[in-house]
Ligand binder design. Sequence first.
Ligand SMILES: NC(=O)C1=CN([C@@H]2O[C@H](COP(=O)(O)OP(=O)(O)OC[C@H]3O[C@@H](n4cnc5c(N)ncnc54)[C@H](OP(=O)(O)O)[C@@H]3O)[C@@H](O)[C@H]2O)C=CC1
Ligand SMILES: CC(C)=CCC[C@@H](C)[C@H]1CC[C@H]2C3=C(CC[C@]12C)[C@@]1(C)CCC(=O)C[C@@H]1CC3
Length: 345
Amino acid sequence: MATRIRSSSKRCAVVGGSGFLGRHLVEKLVEKGYSVSVFDIRQSYELPGVTFHQGDLCNKQDLLVALRDVSLVFHCASPAPSSDDQALFQRVNVEGTRTVIQACQEAGVQKLVLTSSASVVFEGTDIKNGEEDLPYAKKPIDYYTQTKIQQEKLVLQACNKEKGFLTVAIRPHGIFGPRDPQLVPILVDTARRGKMKFIIGDGSNLVDFTFVENVVHGHVLAAEYLKPDSPLCGKAYHITNDEPIRFWDFMSRVLVGLGYDAPRYHLPYSLVYGLALLLWLLTLLLRPLITIKPTFTPMRVALAGTHHYYSCARAKHDMGYKPLVSLHEAIAQTVASYPDLRRGA
Ligand SMILES: NC(=O)C1=CN([C@@H]2O[C@H](COP(=O)(O)OP(=O)(O)OC[C@H]3O[C@@H](n4cnc5c(N)ncnc54)[C@H](OP(=O)(O)O)[C@@H]3O)[C@@H](O)[C@H]2O)C=CC1
Ligand SMILES: CC(C)=CCC[C@@H](C)[C@H]1CC[C@H]2C3=C(CC[C@]12C)[C@@]1(C)CCC(=O)C[C@@H]1CC3
């Protein structure tokens, strides 16, 4: 009996475990002795100690199979922000998360750790050292953020100590690291097309970029500290590198590390934002005829030209969080992990 209890408390599921963050999390959990059930719409790798269940998280019956005998669930699945598909975000992030919660409750899961996003409070204007009690964005910058807000509310409201179902949300920001399919590849693609020459605004805006290993560490700590008598129940926690950096310095360090030139020429923020807005309206109007994917979307311009960095004092206080890898080391490891993206490769 004792063996059974111990083994089931070391059984967990990662919904979205085939994705960038999900896979890093799965690898860490296996290293820590967990047996892991991955539930994802696709299978992207194989690993001893990991069972894969392919399915859509909107389907409760599929989920229930993956959650059998599991006491802890991490939910880090989402459509990519770049898909910009309102109906898909609503279906997966909102309706799907409702289904994940119901499936967890039916399967007798005790803890649910959600990967939310620090952007749930971002409206496209400066946030400096933002704390978790900032209000949710009234005008979220895109459909992705809008549904991440709804998702976080659903998960935190589901926390119920009496019923033995505990929830917590981790809010990372600007995750990067080896195998990231978004940040560095988009940056390099933009540089290769000769479009990384300009700095939007005066270049002094500070932003959090968070190494994936630190994000994983925050998730594992949250799962371990989430107990009926802990302050984590039903709360959100920022997890960052705790080293805000000038957005354009970060971009330049990655670009130069990979052999590209750093952006040099300044453009006024309001001009670029206005142009991006016009282009976005044009793509909406032309959508029935052609699909355009502009490099400069209003969301990207806002991310590139404003301050948005967050305090992780709450995570430090409540779960002893401290980043494990410094920004300097994280950038070096990331750059070294992309030999195929180097200039001339
Ligand atoms: N990357 C970042 O900078 C940040 C990410 N986050 C959050 O972190 C989480 C992980 O992000 P990241 O690892 O970058 O994203 P990925 O896209 O790499 O991973 C998400 C995974 O979920 C899968 N998925 C999507 N829809 C479904 C579905 N209906 N059913 C089952 N699986 C599905 C995806 O499959 P497929 O690829 O086929 O769609 C993918 O494998 C997300 O919740 C995201 O919102 C928060 C802050 C910053
Ligand atoms: C901190 C945070 C939330 C980062 C998210 C990552 C992406 C939003 C960035 C990854 C590559 C970035 C990028 C731009 C904006 C932000 C990213 C998409 C630009 C479009 C900004 C304007 C340019 O000059 C080109 C940039 C290409 C790369």
